[in-house]
Design a protein around this ligand. Structure first.
Ligand SMILES: [Zn+2]
Length: 396
């Protein structure tokens, strides 16, 4: 379905946005600053750090209401700068999980081959039940081979080794190229990979795209402007918002085309800005789940809509954090978001919160839904228990 963003693709002005003053020689900048200060004395908006004067209830939740499965963690080596393990001390990590009532962490960093074995040895095999490792497929292999069979073979090897699912990262759709063209998740060329995952009983946790605002110009209307200015490399405005739409359509097409494969849309399906769109996908495709990882800011700024989504599809929402390295305060935040009715609390301890300058409110979910989101849905997706709930179409 076409999603209207109300604007056409902009020309690429990413390097000359309205807030960049690269044209001014370095040596002149202090003088310009002094002149500006004299012309406009008083507090400057970019130093604005307002402190809320609201007096409201606070309920801190140090432990999840049920033994939780964190469906989105990174414990491997490929995301650290120096190639060391993300969790250098596994017993410390287990103590943190115990303290927070997190029974199991799904480690999405298995990669393939020897790296997968190293992850399985360190986590799944050393601590049965506490860790579940997902593998990846090496899309880059397609650049040389031009055939997906090699990926299917890899997947079979990974499943035999003990991988419990496949993680697909956003580079598929944003970076991976085959024969010069961008490879989009619904490219028929890679259909065999999605099919194989289904027949091997591997759920696919798929991260598609980036926040919609990243695809828009970093101008004064962009709700992620401060973040985009602080991290100039992350913007996707060269692709334009139509590419975001294309990626969401691709996600839907893949889910629709492979009903026997379970898909978990990471980060609220990649589109927490439009929970109506996500709800429609969930209603239409029983093999489509979401994780809520990295989206406390988005869900908590629309707590009533978010709670409605969880109540409408209690069997399809998975708890996850995507915090790396894992910290107790991240768990506390998600527990408070899901379990309490607290209003207007911070979602980040950073002076300028990364998603935008807002506070969040809790969803106040009841215990039956919490039990599903924290635990039962994840066990069904992992194939540990039979699904007896409604909407159970595609579990194995
Ligand atoms: Zn992640």
């Amino acid at each position: 379905m076409a999603y209207p963003h109300g604007s056409q693709d902009p020309p690429d002005r990413s390097s000359s946005g309205p807030y960049r003053r690269r044209w001014m020689p370095e040596g002149l900048r202090p003088f310009a600053r002094t002149a500006r200060r004299m012309l406009h004395p008083g507090p400057r908006l970019r130093r604005y750090r307002p402190e809320s004067r609201l007096v409201v209830d606070q309920h801190l939740v140090p432990r999840a209401a049920f033994p939780a499965i964190d469906f989105h963690t990174h414990l491997g080596r490929w995301l650290t700068r120096d190639g060391s393990w993300m969790a250098p001390d596994v017993s410390e990590l287990l103590a943190l999980m115990d303290a927070c009532n997190v029974a199991t962490a799904v480690n999405l960093d298995g990669r393939w081959g020897a790296e997968l074995e190293a992850n399985l040895d360190r986590y799944d095999r050393a601590h049965p039940g506490r860790f579940v490792t997902f593998c990846h497929v090496d899309w880059k292999a397609l650049e040389e081979e031009q055939q997906p069979d090699v990926l299917v073979k890899d997947l079979e090897r990974s499943a035999a080794a003990g991988a419990r699912g496949v993680k697909v990262w956003k580079d598929l759709g944003l970076e991976i190229r085959v024969g010069g063209r961008l490879l989009i998740p619904d490219d028929p060329m890679i259909d065999p990979v999605w099919e194989a995952a289904g027949s091997l009983g591997l759920p696919v946790l798929i991260h598609v795209g980036d926040p919609l605002a990243f695809f828009l110009l970093a101008d004064e209307r962009n709700e992620r402007l401060e973040y985009l200015l602080a991290h100039p490399g992350v913007g996707q405005s060269r692709h334009g918002p139509s590419h975001f739409t294309r990626l969401m359509e691709a996600l839907e097409a893949v889910v629709a085309r492979h009903p026997a494969t379970t898909f978990v849309g990471a980060h609220v399906g990649g589109f927490p800005e439009d929970l109506g769109w996500i709800a429609r996908l969930m209603a239409r495709y029983p093999n489509f789940y979401i994780d809520i990882s990295a989206q406390a800011a988005e869900l908590g700024r629309q707590p009533r809509a978010a709670a409605r989504l969880c109540r409408a599809h209690p069997d399809r929402v998975l708890f996850g954090t995507d915090a790396f390295p894992l910290r107790a305060e991240d768990y506390h935040l998600y527990f408070r978001l899901l379990e309490t009715d607290d209003e207007q609390f911070p979602y980040s301890s950073e002076p300028v919160p990364p998603s935008g300058r807002w506070a969040i409110s809790g969803l106040g979910l009841d215990r039956e839904i919490l039990d599903r989101i924290y635990l039962r849905n994840a066990r069904i997706v992992l194939g540990d228990v039979e699904d007896v709930g409604e909407g159970a179409g595609a579990t194995r």
